[in-house]
Every structure is written in C-alpha cells, then in structure tokens.
Design a protein around this ligand. Structure first.
Ligand code: SF4
Ligand code: SF4
Length: 76
C-alpha cells in the first residue's frame, strides 16, 4: 500500500516536471521511432533509444524544430 502511494507520487511528480519543462517532451506512446526528429535536430540533441526518441536536455537549444517535424505529434 505504502509502496503504491510512493509510486503514485513519483508518477505525478514526473508529469509535473514534464508539464513545466522548457524542453520538448516525447510521448513514448505516440512515437513511431521514425527518427525524423533526430535527423532534423541542429545540435544532435535527440537519440533513439529502443525505438523511441529521447531528448538530451543538456544539448537541446529549445528551437522546437523537432516538434514541428514529428509526423505523429509525439513531441510537445
Ligand atoms: S519524429 Fe516523432 S515519431 Fe519520429 S522518432 Fe521523433 S518523436 Fe518519434
Ligand atoms: S528543440 Fe531543437 S535543439 Fe531541442 S531537441 Fe528539438 S530540434 Fe533539437
């Protein structure tokens, strides 16, 4: 029971963090793994991990080019 509520808390914190992120966020459920975002990123801040785009926030310049090109609308 306690473990469950801790997981819930962690999950809600994760969501909160995503919503407040100044960086683009990939929705893994929507990502098709096409890699277009990784190709377009001018600073190579996107890597593909297990068929899902992953943004390296340290490298990201928040240009949001990736968001505009994603055909799945998976980046917000
Ligand atoms: S462009 Fe969109 S669907 Fe394609 S890899 Fe990137 S996030 Fe995933
Ligand atoms: S916002 Fe721009 S710099 Fe950041 S990951 Fe997307 S394309 Fe790359």
């Amino acid at each position: 029971m306690e473990k469950e509520s801790k997981q819930e808390l962690e999950k809600s914190q994760e969501v909160l963090q995503d919503e407040n992120s100044i960086y683009p966020v990939v929705d893994a459920d929507l990502c098709s793994g096409c890699g277009i975002c990784a190709e377009i990123c001018p600073v190579d801040a996107i890597v593909m991990k297990n068929g899902v785009a992953s943004i390296i926030t340290d490298a990201c310049r928040t240009c949001f080019a990736c968001q505009r090109v994603c055909p799945m609308g998976a980046i917000r």
